[in-house]
Design a protein around this ligand. Structure first.
Ligand code: FAD
Length: 450
């Protein structure tokens, strides 16, 4: 009831127990926020795919809760590069299409290399990281098999969540960390708004694990043992070593001018032959590597929120973060890093809300106002960067797929793209998270005058 003094701590419901939902929960625990995570799945067994975090994102994790960093490292890291004489991590782009040397058709020209510094990236297996992250959070905080259906803002300033199993829960605020197909986003924008759903990027992906000896026979020792991104007209193929250098993880992305027929089914069976056709005429190293892919493959349609970005990340006591707010294609390999920045921003702001409530009589309306102000600031501070990543990921993929790679007279033009790619990569790697936190605190203070 408005005006009644309530001394209860802040209660936050997080929808979705992915990397961002769990990291945010771990951060909020440190701020003495009462947090609950509602996850639709039965457990946290994800697919064992690899992913990497930038050194910058790892520092953001540490600021939220150092146990997140320990969880990341507990699964062991997967090196993306291996050079005994040089401990730094690099991204490398190589000409995948052209045969520039008549005497050696399998020669590949190295196009560009960016130094990400010592431990510039730390790789992990997604499933191992999540399993370790769950252990950072007290067991009673996570509720499994809870698929969000609706959210209702109540007259007393609280929010009610209804789940598809018919049960309900209440909180002071809801943060939707429910991923690319976010239900919270759909509830905010409505089912007839295209911004509620991700859309097809017109790129498909094929992934395979290739044993290291076969990868070496196709690519040669150095390329097989180090991350490389092979670019060419309308496609690219990226690979890096995994499983203690016993295999490489290779993913080929191919441009597709057609529409994707069904946005509910984004993975369909395909054949190696489809990929061989897409890479016909490429450098023989690449065609040899693709021959080591399994005959039957999955074709995965890449979706994102580029066409219809979220017009806002917040409404009252409801807010979006991570892929729910800005789902990116994977070409920068930084979607989760950006979600971690979101989580740090939210933890910073909710710490401010706690401070407001500690210094003023805590009524439920006061809580709702302070939370709404914090979420407005979150939207102002994070939305442009989150959506920039989505746009930039599309842009770099278009640069990798330039038709100009197929025209010898236009190679020089195509190669200038690496100036732009370097700038975009550095904008991700060197994000000023201290500045973000200061900005968020200052903007919140302007809104909430205690
Ligand atoms: P998710 O991981 O999708 O988690 C959402 C959670 O919400 C899920 O557990 C889901 O079950 C749950 N959920 C959904 N709906 C509901 C509901 N209605 N009720 C309750 N729960 C619900 N990023 C990087 O930073 N580095 C990388 O190297 C990298 N590599 C990538 C490679 C590939 C191939 C892809 C596809 C992405 C990659 N990314 C990478 C991006 C990264 O995977 C995502 O940005 C990140 O996983 C998003 O985390 P999230 O917690 O926001 O969403």
């Amino acid at each position: 009831m408005p005006g009644v003094v309530e001394d209860s701590p802040l209660e936050i419901a997080i929808v979705g127990g992915g990397i961002i939902g769990l990291s945010l929960a771990a951060g909020l625990i440190k701020q003495n926020v009462n947090v609950k995570v509602y996850e639709q799945a039965k457990g946290f067994r994800e697919i064992g795919a690899g992913m990497a975090f930038t050194a910058n994102a790892i520092r953001c994790m540490g600021l939220m809760n150092p146990d997140i960093v320990s969880a990341l490292r507990s699964g062991g890291s997967v090196a993306t590069s291996l050079d005994k004489n040089d401990p730094n991590d690099y991204l490398r782009w190589i000409d995948g299409y052209n045969k520039r040397r008549k005497d050696d058709p399998s020669h590949q020209t190295m196009l560009f290399k960016i130094d990400a510094g010592y431990k510039g990236f730390e790789g992990t297996r997604r499933d191992q990281f999540l399993e370790a992250l769950v252990k950072v959070i007290p067991e009673e905080i996570v509720e499994l098999k809870k698929r969000l259906d609706t959210i209702e803002e109540k007259a007393n300033g609280r929010v009610q969540l209804k789940f598809t199993d018919g049960t309900t829960a209440e909180a002071d605020a809801v943060i939707g960390c429910d991923g690319i197909k976010s239900r919270v986003r759909e509830l905010l924008f409505g089912s007839d708004n295209p911004a509620s759903f991700p859309h097809y990027t017109h790129k498909v992906a094929y992934r395979a694990l290739v044993p290291m000896d076969k990868a070496i026979s196709a690519l040669g020792e150095y390329k097989a043992r180090n991350q490389h991104n092979h670019v060419g007209p309308n496609a690219h193929l990226i690979h890096y070593p995994v499983a203690n250098q016993t295999m490489i993880n290779a993913t080929a992305f191919v441009s597709d001018p057609n529409e994707w027929p069904d946005d509910k089914v984004t993975v369909v069976p395909a054949l190696r032959k489809d990929l061989e056709d897409a890479f016909a005429g490429w450098n023989p190293c690449l065609t040899a590597l693709i021959r080591h892919f399994p005959e039957k493959l999955d074709k995965w349609a890449v979706f994102d929120t580029w066409d219809y970005p979220a017009p806002f990340f917040n409404k009252g006591s409801v807010c979006l973060a991570g892929d729910a707010a800005h789902a990116s294609s994977p070409h920068h390999g930084a979607g989760a890093c950006c979600g971690i920045e979101d989580a740090l921003c939210l933890v910073t702001l909710l710490q401010q809300v706690n401070a407001t409530l500690a210094t003023t009589p805590t009524t439920k309306t006061k809580k709702a106002e302070a939370l709404a102000a914090a979420f407005e600031v979150f939207d102002a501070v994070r939305r442009t960067r989150g959506q920039w990543l989505v746009n930039s990921s599309r842009r770099v993929c278009d640069l990798y797929h330039q038709p100009e790679w197929g025209h010898p007279q236009k190679w020089t033009k195509a190669e200038t793209c690496f100036e732009e790619i370097r700038d975009r990569s550095l904008k991700i790697w060197h994000f000023d998270y201290d500045g973000m936190m200061r900005d968020a605190v200052a903007r919140y203070a302007e809104k909430v005058v205690v």
